[in-house]
Design a protein around this ligand. Structure first.
Ligand code: HEM
Length: 81
């Protein structure tokens, strides 16, 4: 029942600026978080992960290890890596 498109890392990497959209990956899924950037509690730091994997950043900022953070992220899912 999951018909989301599959994206390459190359395609994700292109989405690294607000004009092109801000995409990130997490555990094999792709998220378009463009609309979340302005409301991120951690401010512009989110842009460090633009076009990349969240894992190395979230390993440093353990505040994300919470169910409610994953719920927010899930709303922005656009595809599979
Ligand atoms: C805080 C979501 C990416 C740094 C938060 C919080 C949420 C959130 C919901 C508040 C958590 C709480 O206090 O309960 C996200 C999402 C991200 C993302 C959905 C990606 C799509 C990043 C990245 C970094 C980062 C890549 C760093 C490079 C921080 C920091 C805070 C924070 C430092 C703490 C802010 C404070 O309380 O002063 N994030 N985050 N976030 N985030 Fe993120």
């Amino acid at each position: 029942t999951n018909s989301l498109p599959v994206y390459s890392q190359e395609e994700v990497t292109k989405h690294c600026a607000v004009e092109k959209g801000i995409w990130v990956t997490y555990k094999g899924s792709v998220y378009d978080v463009t609309d979340f950037v302005a409301i991120h509690p951690g401010g512009d730091k989110i842009l460090l992960a633009a076009g990349k994997a969240l894992e190395p950043f979230w390993a440093l900022y353990a505040v994300h290890e919470q169910e409610h953070v994953l719920e927010i992220l899930s709303k922005y899912k656009v595809g599979i890596l």
